[in-house]
Ligand binder design. Structure first.
Ligand code: ZN
Ligand code: ZN
Length: 329
């Protein structure tokens, strides 16, 4: 089959890879759509330590079931359209056994630690496949994973009615978080250096939008979420908090990145800082939100490119082109 392959950090190509064969509990999916995410860029740059090389990336995907392992008992059938939770939790470490599988000591994910869906076919555990309603396209199916990360972010972060919340970054994740926060009754302000992204943030419920925190007169905020992973943006998000505020670090930074925050302020103002890592029991809720229309995908999928153009598509993501760029193998 054809697949996008990262041979080593910085070396990316589209070439031939062996067809996946399903393990006893797996299904093989013919990929319909797979989104490119900031994490894929970190993997390509060697900044995401769990990723081995060579690797076929791709963890935001939907497709059609074409083969079923001998021991699959989920009632899934060949021909089913599914979205796939990429999470691979071991099930026996302490985090897994205390309800925090996303922090699994042996954490893995399809497309991050084993071959993923920037390919014609991918094998996944059958229990990770969720049937896609007829009303949702493959492209929308590939948005369930990023939305499920945003749902987990809210699970961790909480949002109170009427709170003033700053979202830094208006890419796909920032726009999904904006919808969830506004839908939860928070008053959302959104900042992105790329002004072209701001009208969508307004459409999705942001009250104030700007290209920098300094331009917003809504500060200080009760809470802020950084969706960029950029150290300067995280520091701005921290500085914009009121006393007693909280900061969520949602965006993926390079593993070597460092930030500079005032420990006195964290102490004296009782600032809480909390992370949010991937998906935890949030895939089904995300699927329901998209199916019901409570979260809109209108305008989010800006480009759909063929697999052979994967390197160009990655270049577009790096350049900040559009919103969500997907590959349709
Ligand atoms: Zn992702
Ligand atoms: Zn585990």
């Amino acid at each position: 089959m054809r697949a996008a392959i990262i041979d080593e950090p910085g070396k990316l190509r589209v070439g031939e890879a062996p067809d996946p064969t399903p393990g006893a509990a797996d299904v093989v999916i013919k990929v319909g759509a797979c989104g490119i995410c900031g994490t894929d860029l970190h993997i390509a740059d060697g900044e995401f330590p769990p990723a081995p090389f060579p690797l076929v990336p791709g963890h935001e995907f939907a497709g059609e079931v074409v083969e079923i392992g001998s021991d699959v008992r989920t009632g899934i059938a060949v021909g089913d359209r599914v979205a796939v939770d990429p999470s691979l939790f071991c099930g026996y470490c302490t985090p897994c056994r205390t309800g925090r599988g996303n922090l699994c000591a042996n954490w893995g994910a399809t497309g991050d630690t084993v071959n993923g869906a920037f390919a014609e076919y991918v094998a996944v555990p059958a229990v990770n496949a969720y049937r896609l309603p007829d009303s949702l396209s493959m492209g929308q199916g590939a948005l369930v994973e990023p939305l499920s990360c945003a749902v987990h972010g809210l699970d961790v972060f909480g949002a109170q009615i009427g709170e003033r919340i700053l979202v830094v970054g208006a890419g796909t994740m920032g726009l999904l978080l904006t919808q969830l926060l506004a839908g939860s009754g928070a008053r959302v302000s959104v900042v992105d250096r790329n002004a072209a992204r701001l009208p969508l943030a307004t459409t999705f419920g942001a009250e104030h939008v700007a290209t920098s925190v300094a331009e917003l007169d809504a500060a200080p905020f009760d809470a802020s979420v950084d969706v960029t992973g950029a150290p300067k943006a995280i520091e701005d998000a921290f500085d914009a908090l009121r006393r007693g505020g909280r900061l969520q670090i949602f965006g993926v930074a390079a593993d070597t990145a460092r930030i500079s925050l005032s420990p006195f302020r964290i102490y004296n103002d009782e600032i809480r800082i909390v992370g949010s890592m991937a998906v935890l029991d949030s895939f089904e809720p995300a699927l329901r939100l998209l199916e019901s229309g409570r979260v809109s995908s209108e305008g989010l999928i800006s480009h759909t490119l063929p697999l052979e153009e994967f390197p160009e598509a990655v270049g577009m993501v790096r350049a900040g082109t559009g919103v969500k760029i997907q590959i349709a193998p």
